[in-house]
Structure formats: structure tokens, C-alpha cells
Design a protein around this ligand. Structure first.
Ligand SMILES: [Zn+2]
Length: 69
């Protein structure tokens, strides 16, 4: 089973020049549906400032699993 949720990605392309808000929304949604990559540290700190709960999967900074496609 692949960790990359291809259907979700096809339905949710990331904008070429996303705003911070768009990136926040995208990553929160992404983490809920797909675990192919963790939320970037820059977004994690914004979420912390705003008191947004970081989903369990989004915390995978120390991700064990670096399996390439
Ligand atoms: Zn993904």
C-alpha cells in the first residue's frame, strides 16, 4: 500500500505560488488524507503561533520512513 494518496493529490494540486494561508490549508488537508510528506517546519511554527493543533502525521519531522517512490 502506497503512502502517497494519488487520488487526493490529483484532486488537490498545490498552487505554483501559494499564499501562507493556502499552504496552511493544503497541508492540513493533506496530512488528514495522505502521509507522503510532513508539514514544513515554517508552517508548523505558524500553526503553533495560532494554536492550531498539528495532526499526528504532520509531526513526522523525525520520520523513520524515507522510502523513495
Ligand atoms: Zn501526499
Amino acid at each position: 500500500m502506497s503512502k502517497l494518496n494519488k487520488e487526493w493529490h490529483a484532486a488537490h494540486p498545490m498552487d505554483k505560488n501559494p499564499t501562507t494561508e493556502e499552504r496552511l490549508t493544503w497541508h492540513l488537508e493533506h496530512t488528514a488524507h495522505c502521509g507522503c510528506r510532513p508539514i514544513p517546519a515554517s508552517l508548523l511554527s505558524i500553526m503553533a503561533q495560532r494554536g492550531i493543533a498539528v495532526p499526528e502525521r504532520g509531526r513526522a519531522e523525525q520520520a523513520v520512513d524515507q522510502t523513495a517512490e
